[in-house]
Design a protein around this ligand. Structure first.
Ligand code: UD1
Ligand code: UDP
Length: 430
């Protein structure tokens, strides 16, 4: 059983489903690796969508773009406070888990759907022996060390509840070791979000988004001789950045110099759109209707405005990232994707749980004050980005995950309580 709920989950889960299909076709063909081992003959994926995100451009578009199958179960949870949303997911997922009794539960990332479903599975009791699913956390071990961030709470707790911890970067291994997890739970496998990026990078080139926004003129039938106007790309949605008027104004003002140099395209998350309207900040933005009938929030046209458009589908956004001169963001995933694409990134946050994007990638942490943001943008504009692809971000992470899960399932002939024992005993001993 694989759980998705919010936008960043779809691109992390899609490669795992693809890898499962590939595993099944390999075992059907009797490939030696699968035949020789004491492994399941077939894996039956069951996709659950909690409904945490539900607008077409926050959810449905991604199913088409990423070739995700229709969810086997949609919980239809929707928005609410953290407590209400998490509790609703817990209630509805409990029924679903009890009905389906999966052998394995895979949760990805750090959203409310991740922790809620891991918690239900950790306390599941399918029979008198206490059998429950093997819980796998994809993107384990990341830490911002900032407990005011709801995602940090979700990360720490989900890791505690999981049996297999799939780690994207070395900092994750160190964090988990420091927190006392036993080594046999930790698997450094790479990044499934990057599996998606590498799988869809070429397809994304066919996106017409740059033309729709008037940033590209195609010359010639085969698209040769295309000229792309320089532009910057902006995404901001973290509650700490957008839920407070002064904070949001500060960030927008931090981009004054940048918008003098480039048009800034801003696909705005619904939370951000809502706040812009509430705080009456429309004056900062140029309306950016893409001409496809989707409208941006009401705005006054300003000559120096940032161009606000609705959130984009995966392929359109990937195309926009790839060709941007600079990306300014507070997204977790976008820091990683720009690193992989070699595109300079300025992160509007005080910290990152993904330090590899700074150490080996193209990311600079700007803080959230306008002077810091200006300085970071200037630095990125005047510096040649050093890039190197982080270890194991090679497009094969999901294959590794499926292999490890198969091996764990085949060795798992014990009850739930017994699964927890080695790690618990080890911690107690230290
Ligand atoms: C969630 C995740 C965050 C992730 C982000 C990705 C948690 C704690 N946070 O934050 O880690 O970076 O998703 O996008 O899980 N809304 C809509 N339509 C939608 C979804 C949301 O209008 O389809 C609006 C609602 O007003 C809602 C608000 O956005 O109240 C926030 O949605 P929610 O899922 O609670 O959190 P995000 O800010 O999206
Ligand atoms: N993304 C997208 N359309 C957008 C903005 C982001 O497809 O308009 C993609 C982006 O490429 C990345 C993912 O959404 O794959 C990141 O999700 P988000 O920023 O919402 O969440 P976070 O990573 O911060 O948790």
């Amino acid at each position: 059983m694989i759980v998705v709920g919010a936008r960043p989950n779809f691109m992390k889960a899609a490669p795992i489903i693809a890898a499962i299909k590939q595993y099944n076709s390999k075992t059907n063909r009797g490939a030696s690796s699968a035949r020789n081992a004491d492994r399941p003959v077939e894996l039956r994926p069951f996709l659950v969508h909690t409904g945490q995100h539900y607008d077409e451009f926050m959810s449905e578009l991604f199913f088409a773009d990423l070739n995700l199958p229709k969810p086997d179960k949609h919980l239809g949870v929707g928005s609410g406070s953290h407590a209400v949303q998490t509790a609703e997911i817990i209630k509805k997922f409990d029924e679903c888990l009890t009905e389906e009794r999966p052998d394995v539960l895979i949760v990805v990332g750090d959203v409310n759907s991740t922790i809620a479903c891991a918690l239900v599975a950790a306390k599941a009791f399918f029979d008198s022996a206490g059998t429950r699913p093997l819980i796998c956390h994809v993107e384990a071990g990341l830490r911002s060390f900032d407990r005011t961030m709801p995602e940090e709470v979700n990360r720490v707790l989900t890791d505690q509840l999981s049996d297999l911890l799939f780690v994207t970067e070395e900092s994750g291994i160190k964090n988990l070791q420091r927190e006392g997890f036993s080594q046999d739970k930790i698997h450094f496998v790479g990044n499934t979000m990057i599996d998606s990026l590498l799988a869809f990078k070429e397809v994304a080139e066919k996106s017409l988004i740059l033309e729709r926004l008037g940033l590209q003129k195609r010359e010639g039938n085969n698209g040769s001789g295309n000229s792309i106007l320089p532009y910057a790309l902006l995404t901001i949605h973290r509650p700490s950045n957008v839920d407070n008027c002064d904070g949001l104004c500060n960030i927008i003002e931090g981009m004054e110099d940048l918008r003098a140099n480039y048009p800034i395209i801003f696909p705005a998350h619904p939370r951000t759109q809502k706040r812009i309207r509430e705080f009456g900040l429309e004056r900062y933005f140029v309306s950016g209707d893409e001409g496809d009938g989707r409208t941006a929030p009401p705005s006054q046209v300003s000559p120096h405005g940032i161009r606000i458009i609705p959130p984009l589908g995966y392929l359109d956004f990937l195309c926009m990232m790839k060709h941007a001169k600079l990306v300014v963001t507070d997204s977790g995933g976008v820091q990683e994707e720009t690193t992989c694409l070699g595109v300079p990134c300025v992160t509007v946050r005080e910290n990152t749980e993904r330090p590899i994007t700074v150490d080996a990638g193209t990311n600079v942490i700007a803080g959230v004050k306008k002077e810091g943001i200006r300085r970071a943008i200037k630095y990125q504009e005047n510096t040649n980005c050093k890039t190197s692809t982080p270890e194991k971000w090679d497009g094969h992470t999901a294959d590794r995950i499926v292999e490890i899960i198969c091996s764990a399932v085949s060795h798992r002939r014990v009850s739930a309580t017994k699964i927890a024992e080695p790690a618990v005993l080890e911690r107690a001993a230290t």
